[in-house]
Ligand binder design. Sequence first.
Ligand SMILES: *Cc1c(COP(=O)(O)O)cnc(C)c1O
Length: 235
Amino acid sequence: MEQFNPIKTNLTQIKQQISQAEKQFNRPSGSVKLLAVSKQKNLADIQCALGCGQIDFGENLVQEAVMKIKGLQANSPQPVWHFIGNIQSNKTKLIAEHFSWVHSLSRLKIAERLNQTRPESLPPLNVLIEVNIDQENSKSGIDANEVLTLAQAVSSLDKLTLRGLMVIPKREGSWDEKVLTFKAVTNLQQQLNRAGFKLDTLSMGMSNDFTAAIAAGSNLVRLGEAIFGARVPKR
Ligand SMILES: *Cc1c(COP(=O)(O)O)cnc(C)c1O
């Protein structure tokens, strides 16, 4: 008998829920990509998800991530690594060297440093601008009305490719309120595209709100606990 494997079971269930939500909200089938957020989880858990066909992984602490990335360097298939955490300027080089995507860009100075330190041997780093849509002062991301200016500046950096927007809305609120919040980000992306940008990625939705995000137009959901189980409470 096959041994019970929670990560495999969770991944199967989540993928079903994602395709159900795609159907329910008239999104093209297969249009929503799953990012497995593996922060605080060990190599064995990541390898398990890789073995189930999961390719994209998200991390929020640079040192922890680089250890895992090095630990899986010989793995086939190769994971695609996304940095989703707060970016300190003294960590930009490590991020530029080890990741394919950055979801949490909100300052031009950080963009410039990522651009300067992205190795020539690697393709451009895919970046998303993080929007602070609820205008919570404590949160990361930039105000919606500053996104256009940052997007224009980032577009001129040749080792970065601006791919879209990311948001972490406040945790409170009903499902319908969440949809409205996410829709505001979708609208912002559409505005940017009408202004000439070619943004194709909306990183919205976590374990507790991903169906609302899909209803509102997300095409990349970032799920941690729903795949890997509970994490220890934040340090
Ligand atoms: C931790 C984290 C996630 C995943 O959160 P879950 O609630 O575990 O799904 C998604 N996005 C970001 C930016 C995170 O830090």
